[in-house]
Design a protein around this ligand. Structure first.
Ligand code: LUZ
Ligand code: MOS
Length: 767
């Protein structure tokens, strides 16, 4: 036990903010290029499914400045980048499976030449049957992995006891990550038979492993280094690897540094996105509105290769009942193979898709019964000890506390009454309100991945250098890591330097994902700091003739005895330790305790803890034009004891807005040929300042926080995205205020077009 951890640096601290506001922040493309650097570019498939008959690269090869055109035949190792399932070639061999599938890599002296050469390549492909719809793929038997069936209790018997049974369908669209920094990598020869890669990745070890596989070498031949990345949102958990493999392959073949940073258009075309889902459900309630039974079938649009789809699907199943206790549940989930780019991790990782379905089911049930949806929501919230579908029981359950605080502090009843009055007075403008409770499980569902390591050096002048496996992707984890070390040693954050994330310093990392990065890496870092501290305490105990070394306190840059009679400046302590040849470096390790899951029955205790919250979203709809805006987004969130309130607040606000984007504006459109019709940011609309609710307010639920959270500061990355689901239902309610008989399908996003059709009862598709 370190006494100084009691005194957390409560002030909000950001190591990066001064760099960002002065434009000095260094990303991948800011690295100075070595002389002799070559540039890569992919030639990608232009049809979504077909057989390659002929490839003609003659013209491109003759273009001055083109150094080499690489095909799958040049790969010394395996032509394989699949992470969970080996079903994804780096470069197409005989078949192409989606538009944007890489076929060739052009290597040239400049990126302009590479771009030009790309246009001179001719590939002849015979088109085969193209499937873009998950249900069509399901019916044709095209799957990426085995279906998941998970049940609890007996839904059949339970339905026979229900007063109300409601069935229906729900559909949610994909979502493009739009990280500000596009995918990319830079490989340089690093001594004899070794390659160093700078990559914009959330998963340096995934990059290292994939590159080694493609090059047919061992992992110790590949070094991956990441300073920070300009956004990931899940898009770089698995899908940063192909570009790194391409440049490493070129470096291996040519012995020169090779760089590839995707243009925005290429990135939008070639990379996978959030999985669109089509789902059906059946929900049963008793006369008191208790949900007794819930069944659902999820059809996940996985794209052409598995990528992370099976794991995403599992999280959908685990979050199928969101923040509610349902005694009888029976769900089936299918990962369907289609001719789209392989869909991948995206903040929430299948959880949001699962939650949308039960929220739609509750909303529809409430409509049919003739009561407000929040009556059903509140009635069925999780209680202490409620059992989830996967067998785990809630501990320190905050579902009702968040809901209650939101209801009281944000004066729900008063606001609902004001909205009703407004709607009566305004024939052509309607307001709507919705509540969105969220319960999200923290840990990788794959237990094996929940571990991390850290390396700490205290230099002989007292300064500290720390390395972890965490990737800074603008979520503020760097600041949190520095705080953990500062708090541990009782030093100012200025004394701590965070190094890049590098596979030679911290090996076998899990990706920065699953909201667990600060917890896992922070705990490993704490372990390393504590090892050094305990050595220093032993030394001082001897020096000061104190029996119990643990009573020595490190605080405010000083070591002191418990009674304050002895004091020594940190720098002096370190100098003394150095003179006494004490080890001033340590490697920390952490593996989340308690968690386990039976992979066949899906029963166990997969999550370290759950994060809870409740959001209230209100909107105003222009009933002439279908336009809308959000009046307020009010959130009560369970942070535990926040380590960095400003960073955490940023995650809540940003997450909610990203969720609102997914639910309302962002419409990914692929036509039947598998062509992306929303392939630029003019026709794929992402939230801007006008999409942000006019009033955003976040309240802390005062809780202590879990011991499995870093310094009791609960994970905050993904949960807030799902607050955005409330935006969908607030719009639905506003439309119902105008047209109570509207038959709008539960189909997200709720674009202005859909609102307009809903207002006027137009159900057929306009194309
Ligand atoms: N990645 C992963 C994730 O591999 N497993 C998970 O459970 C997960 N959850 C959220 C985000 N990324
Ligand atoms: Mo993520 S969806 O936590 O990479």
């Amino acid at each position: 036990m370190i006494p100084s951890t009691k005194k957390k640096e409560k002030k909000s601290f950001s190591v990066d903010a001064p760099l960002h506001v002065t434009g000095k922040t260094q990303y991948l493309d800011d690295l100075p290029e070595l002389s002799g650097t070559l540039f890569a570019k992919v030639y990608a498939a232009k049809v979504a499914h077909g057989t390659i008959n002929k490839i003609d690269t003659t013209k491109a090869e003759h273009l001055p400045g083109v150094v080499r055109i690489i095909s799958y035949r040049d790969i010394p190792g395996q032509n394989q980048v699949g992470g969970i399932i080996a079903d994804e070639p780096l470069l197409a061999e005989k078949e192409v499976d989606f538009i944007g599938m890489p076929i060739l890599i052009i290597i040239a002296e400049t990126d302009v030449i590479a771009h030009h050469a790309c246009q001179l390549i001719e590939v002849d492909i015979t088109t085969k049957k193209i499937i873009v719809d998950p249900v069509e793929a399901y019916e044709a038997g095209h799957f990426l992995s085995d279906p998941i069936h998970c049940k609890k209790g007996d839904t059949t018997t339970a339905f026979s006891k229900c007063k109300y049974i409601v069935e229906g369908e729900a559909e949610s669209g994909g979502q493009e990550h739009v990280y500000l920094e596009t995918q990319g990598a830079y490989a340089i020869p690093n001594g004899d038979r070794s390659i160093k890669i700078f990559s914009s990745t959330q998963g340096p070890t995934a990059v290292q492993r994939t590159v080694a596989k493609v090059l047919g070498c061992t992992m110790n031949q590949i070094e991956v280094d990441v300073n920070r990345i300009g956004g990931g949102f899940g898009g770089k958990e698995d899908q940063a690897s192909p570009w790194a493999a391409m440049v490493a392959l070129a470096t291996h073949l040519l012995g020169r540094p090779v760089k590839y940073i995707l243009e925005r258009g290429e990135d939008l075309q070639m990379t996978g996105k959030r999985h669109p889902y089509k789902s059906s459900y059946k929900i049963g309630l008793d006369a008191d509105y208790n949900i007794l039974a819930y069944e659902a079938q999820y059809y996940q649009n996985g794209g052409a290769a598995a990528d992370l789809s099976p794991a995403v699907l599992q999280r959908t199943v685990f979050h199928s009942t969101n923040s509610y206790f349902v005694p009888n549940v029976n769900v089936s989930a299918y990962s369907c193979r289609t001719n789209l780019p392989p869909n991948t991790a995206f903040r929430g990782f299948g959880g949001p898709q699962g939650m949308f379905v039960i929220e739609a089911a509750i909303h529809k049930a409430a409509r049919i019964i003739g009561i407000p949806a929040p009556v059903i929501q509140e009635k069925n919230l999780l209680n202490e000890g409620s059992e989830f579908l996967y067998g785990q029981k809630t501990e320190d359950c905050e579902a009702r506390n968040c809901w209650q605080q939101a209801k009281v502090n944000y004066e729900i009843e008063k606001r609902q009454a004001a909205i009703t009055a407004y709607n009566q007075e305004h024939p052509n403008c309607k307001k709507g309100l919705a509540l969105m409770p969220v319960c999200f499980g923290i840990s990788f569902t794959n237990t094996m991945m929940n571990n991390a390591r850290a390396l700490v050096h205290v230099y002989s002048d007292g300064s500290v250098g720390i390395s972890t496996g965490a990737i800074e992707m603008r979520q503020g984890v760097s600041s949190k890591m520095i705080q953990v070390a500062a708090v541990s040693f009782g030093l100012s954050t200025l004394a701590i330097k965070l190094e890049t994330t590098n596979t030679t310093r911290v090996a076998n990392t899990s990706p920065s994902a699953a909201s667990a990065t600060a917890d896992l890496n922070g705990k490993a870092l704490l372990d390393a700091c504590q090892q050094i501290l305990s050595r220093l305490k032993m030394m001082l105990a001897k020096e000061w003739d104190i029996n119990d070394a643990d009573t020595i306190i490190f605080e405010n840059g000083l070591a002191s005895s418990f009674d304050g009679s002895k004091k020594m400046d940190w720098k002096k302590v370190i100098l003394l330790a150095f003179q006494q040849r004490i080890n001033l470096s340590a490697k920390g390790h952490y593996a989340t305790p308690r968690i386990h899951i039976d992979r066949t029955t899906l029963q166990g205790h997969p999550f370290a803890y759950h994060v809870y919250g409740t959001a209230i979203l209100t909107c105003t709809v222009d009933c002439i034009r279908g336009n809308y805006e959000f009046d307020a987004g009010n959130i009560v969130h369970d942070f535990g004891t926040s380590l960095n309130p400003a960073v955490d607040l940023g995650q809540i606000e940003g997450g909610m807005v990203q969720g609102i984007g997914w639910m309302t504006l962002e419409e990914l459109i692929y036509n039947k040929k598998g062509e992306l019709k929303s392939g630029n940011l003019a026709n794929y609309k992402i939230p801007d300042i006008y999409s942000v609710p006019k009033k955003v307010d976040v309240q802390y639920l005062e809780t202590e926080g879990s011991d499995l959270a870093i310094l009791k500061s609960k994970a905050v990355g993904e949960p807030p995205l799902m607050y955005g689901i409330g935006a969908y239902f607030s719009l639905y309610n506003a439309v119902m205020a105008f047209n109570p008989a509207t038959e709008m399908a539960y189909s997200a996003p709720m674009t202005a077009e859909k609102v307009l059709m809903g207002l006027y009862g137009i159900t057929e598709e306009v194309s």
